[in-house]
Design a protein around this ligand. Structure first.
Ligand code: GLA
Length: 401
């Protein structure tokens, strides 16, 4: 009996330590996060109104279920027992009530904190409180934790994030663990068993093609972030995704750039975390964010990140293997002038060593569908000719006939 008890205890230990929650984020997480649009200007009314809007504007039903409260929700100090507490002025009903509100509307509750001693905005970080905070988050009904990397001092990233992973496992509530370490310590090499997604770069900036220099750090436009994904696709897959940062769709870029940004994030099998104001979203932005055929490329259950097949004169052709031997194809015009594109499928052989997939356009014919006009436009038996406007895409899906 004693031996059996001991064995039982050890089984529990093994599941509580040294591993993340499996069976979560089997497709890239989709949701909304407060940071890109609202930064520190958040309060519970905003989060509730966001949920109300997403429940009725098609976002929730398109799959955007994680609502993540980013930095600045905390009070400036922990309580006397060292518990992290929400700012009572910004969140007077408390975080448990907010979680209940989101759950009742069919959403999942996400929250942000930091692996360092302070968050990037100077609020209490999690360092030294990992197990305690994990229990707090579990008691609030949190489903998603974004964990930042400011004020980390000399801490070792892998060990620090593993400590929080183990805290979450011990607290026992399945929580998607989103590492926001900016790629500094190459999390793709070690985080597969630590978190469900990891940032691959510094912060996105709301522009298509620019770098914003803050002095001691830089943030990056859409194309700059895209280029930084090179060489990382082999590390992504169901339950462990490369995260090129949250979406800037709806925050002011022209509609062609929004479409290109969204398309490329879907080609990358990126988490789709909207970062715009849900209460005032334009019809154009809504159509982009909720296009089911483009989202299906991102959410394809095979979970294979796309790759750049060719690049010439600022026009890139990307392929992404999909389930059922289908493919997504995205032709990206990085320049500002429109570019003619001709693709004689039969002259192209696309081979992906990672997924062991190959298009055999000479022996196999695929139907071709334009995912933005949502029209079938022929087959791969005929060459494709099109003009891709500047900073825009032609995004296609190929299905075997
Ligand atoms: C870092 C992260 C951002 C955001 C801010 C909040 O910069 O990378 O995504 O969470 O912190 O302070």
């Amino acid at each position: 009996m004693k031996r059996m008890l001991l064995m039982l205890v050890c089984v529990v230990c093994a599941s509580a330590h040294g591993q993340k929650f499996n069976q979560l984020a089997l497709t890239p997480p989709m949701g909304w996060n407060s940071w890109n649009r609202f930064a520190g200007n958040i309060k519970e009314d905003l989060i509730r109104q966001t949920a109300d809007a997403m429940a009725t504007n098609g976002m929730r039903d398109a799959g955007y279920v994680y609502i993540v409260v980013d930095d600045c929700w905390e009070a400036m100090e922990r309580d006397k027992q060292g518990n992290i507490v929400a700012d009572p002025k910004k969140f007077p009903s408390g975080m448990k009530a907010l979680g209940d509100y989101l759950h009742a509307k069919g959403f999942q509750f996400g929250i942000h904190n930091c692996a360092g001693t302070k968050t990037c905005a100077g609020f209490p970080g999690g360092r030294g409180h990992e197990f305690q905070d994990a229990l707090t988050y579990a008691s609030w009904g949190v489903d998603f934790l974004k964990y930042d990397w400011c004020e980390h001092g000399t801490a070792n990233a892998e060990e620090t994030y593993k400590t929080m992973r183990d805290g979450l496992a011990t607290a026992g509530r399945p929580i998607v663990f989103s590492l926001c370490e900016w790629g500094d310590n190459k999390p793709w090499l070690w985080a597969g068993n630590v978190g469900h997604l990891w940032r691959t770069t510094g912060d996105i900036y709301n522009c298509f093609d620019c770098v914003y220099d803050h002095g001691s750090w830089k943030s990056w436009g859409v194309l700059q972030i895209l280029d930084k994904q090179d060489g990382l696709r082999q590390y992504a897959g169901p339950g462990h995704w490369n995260d090129p940062d949250m979406l800037e769709v709806g925050n002011g870029m022209p509609v062609n750039e929004e479409r290109a940004h969204f398309s490329m994030w879907c080609m990358l099998a990126a988490p789709l975390i909207a970062g715009n104001d849900m209460k005032t979203m334009s019809a154009d932005t809504r159509e982009i964010l909720t296009n089911p055929e483009v989202i299906a490329v991102d959410q394809d259950r095979a979970g294979i990140q796309g790759f750049k097949y060719s690049a010439k004169d600022g026009v890139e052709i990307w392929f992404k293997p999909l389930g059922n031997d289908a493919w997504a194809v995205c032709i990206l015009n990085r320049g500002t002038n429109a570019q003619p594109v001709t693709l004689n499928w039969k002259h192209e052989t696309v081979t992906d060593d990672l997924s062991k997939r190959e298009t055999k356009f000479d022996t196999t014919t695929y139907s071709v569908r334009n995912l933005w006009t949502r029209k079938s436009i022929g087959t791969t038996a005929e060459p494709l000719s099109s003009i891709v406007p500047g900073h825009d895409v032609l995004m296609l899906r190929l299905d075997k006939i």
